[in-house]
Design a protein around this ligand. Structure first.
Ligand code: ZN
Length: 318
């Protein structure tokens, strides 16, 4: 007797439940539609070598690269496209040691992106060479590398150290991928160490050889290979070569000819051409790429080191 209305109540209650479920599901669908698929982790790399290491550790990452191998990384314009890229990033990976002092601070400030302010600087994770305590860098009028030589990626052993630091940072920022990143890090380490052994074996004929070079771009490469840079085409680090300085270098180089005059792909090759012209056919001009291409990954890094070694050995063994 109690419940003639009970079926009606139950029906109403079910309808309300279904309506509630429908509202909840529609809300969820709407929020999925509005937010789109999960955004890829985005990395802003100041130089292509750090972009390459990022691809090794996080192949699904969206990677923006601020510079390419034909640009001088000391002198980049803080243009709006770079600010927009940095604004979208979850992490910035750069060289540090003041290499980007002329442009990165401006980009970081103008991006207004709190996530990228704690930049991962490669130079914090390696042993620097050429320290110049007390020097003050002035990026446009001659960078003096006040904190030491920032071109740390030219020693392939450093790439391994930076890869480890990058993996550690990514694991903190993307905990759900911790195991996967560790797996890739170990695989890269095994492969890179095997490459280092092969390269070092191959490079034995380069030990003790001498080169003249423009800037200290390849300083770490010379250290790794046991090559000595006996002359710098720049009068002081970061200042463009001058006729007077080249003339002064000439007599020393004529007395003790280097195996080559080396310039980076992004540098003006005319001073080097003049010098090799004066030194005669025994001393070639060697233009080496200072870094990998913008889309490089582990293969690109290996090809790059391979090519530099082949070029140097081609001259040393000729
Ligand atoms: Zn430099």
């Amino acid at each position: 007797m109690c419940c003639p209305l009970e079926p009606t109540v139950r029906i109403l209650s079910k309808l309300r439940y279904r309506a509630a479920v429908l509202v909840t599901v529609s809300g969820a669908m709407l929020s999925i539609l509005m937010s789109g698929p999960a955004a890829a982790f985005t990395v802003f790399a100041c130089e292509p070598e750090w972009a390459a290491l990022t691809r090794v550790m996080l192949p699904d990452a969206r990677v923006h690269v601020a510079t390419h191998s034909l640009q001088d990384p000391h002198h980049i314009e803080a243009r709006p496209a770079l600010i927009a890229q940095l604004r979208q990033a979850d992490l910035a990976v750069c060289t540090g040691a003041s290499l980007e002092a002329g442009w990165l601070p401006k980009l970081l400030q103008r991006s207004g992106n709190a996530k990228v302010q704690d930049v991962l600087f490669a130079s914090d994770h390696v042993n620097m060479i050429d320290p110049q305590p007390g020097a003050i860098g002035t990026p446009w009028a001659g960078d003096v590398h006040a904190e030491g030589n920032p071109h740390v990626h030219l020693d392939p052993r450093n790439l391994l150290l930076v890869a480890n630091a990058l993996a550690a940072r990514l694991q903190v920022q993307i905990p759900t991928q911790k195991a996967a990143i560790e797996k890739r890090r170990v695989a890269f380490e095994v492969r890179w160490k095997s490459q280092l052994t092969q390269w070092q074996q191959r490079a034995i004929p380069l030990r003790g050889r001498q080169v003249a070079a423009q800037h200290t771009t390849f300083g770490y490469l010379w250290d790794w290979l046991g090559i000595k840079q006996t002359a710098d085409l720049e009068p002081t680090t970061g200042m463009a070569p001058t006729p007077g300085h080249l003339q002064r270098l000439l007599s020393g180089l004529q007395a003790k000819p280097p195996m080559a005059v080396v310039v980076a792909g992004y540098q003006d090759s005319r001073p080097g051409k003049w010098l090799t012209g004066q030194l005669g056919s025994g001393v070639p001009l060697l233009v080496l790429p200072a870094t990998v291409s913008e889309d490089a990954d582990a293969e690109g890094l290996i090809r790059w080191v391979d090519n530099m070694l082949s070029s140097l050995l081609g001259v040393a063994l000729s």
